[in-house]
Write a new protein. Structure first.
Length: 164
């Protein structure tokens, strides 16, 4: 499910907060199918990857953010009426680790930016609080459109780590 390597992640570094990309200690990526069961797979991939990086203590917060980002990509970035091959994987989760930072990035085919809640009434709604949770549990987050060979957008969240 996962693929390690920095070359496929290079386009994702566009628009991220200032980070020395050459200093990335580790990166991992997995393709996710256009099914809600993919959220569970994304959490499992995150657990395995964070375990390999000895970051198990960060799993709860990171997994919650990954779940929200993947759910948003599946719910809002993939129109239900778009025909797809059963094996197509239009959403991709990337985890990138530096000495003092971890970034979770979810790529999807939509060019539309994520929608955030604007009022207290919106925040009381049963659904639509995903980005509020991302904002609450990560140190910062953002998004940017992709250009070139990759189309769509990336929504990312950054977590500060204790320095080694």
């Amino acid at each position: 499910m996962g693929t390690n390597g920095s070359t496929m992640l290079e386009p994702l570094r566009q628009g991220l907060p200032p980070i020395d990309a050459a200093g990335a200690a580790s990166s991992a990526s997995c393709a996710l199918p256009a099914r809600y069961e993919a959220v569970r797979g994304a959490r499992q991939f995150t657990r395995t990857t964070l375990g390999q990086w000895e970051l198990n203590d960060r799993f709860d917060d990171v997994a919650l953010v990954v779940s929200e980002l993947v759910t948003n990509a599946l719910r809002h970035a993939l129109p239900a009426d778009t025909p797809r091959e059963p094996q197509e994987h239009p959403v991709r989760l990337h985890l990138m680790r530096w000495t003092s930072r971890l970034i979770c990035a979810v790529r999807d085919p939509s060019h539309s930016g994520p929608m955030t809640r604007q009022t207290d009434e919106d925040c009381a709604a049963e659904s639509g609080r995903g980005l509020f949770l991302v904002d609450s549990f990560s140190d910062t987050w953002g998004w940017h459109p992709l250009t070139g060979a990759l189309s769509g957008k990336v929504v990312w969240a950054l977590f500060q780590l204790q320095g080694d």
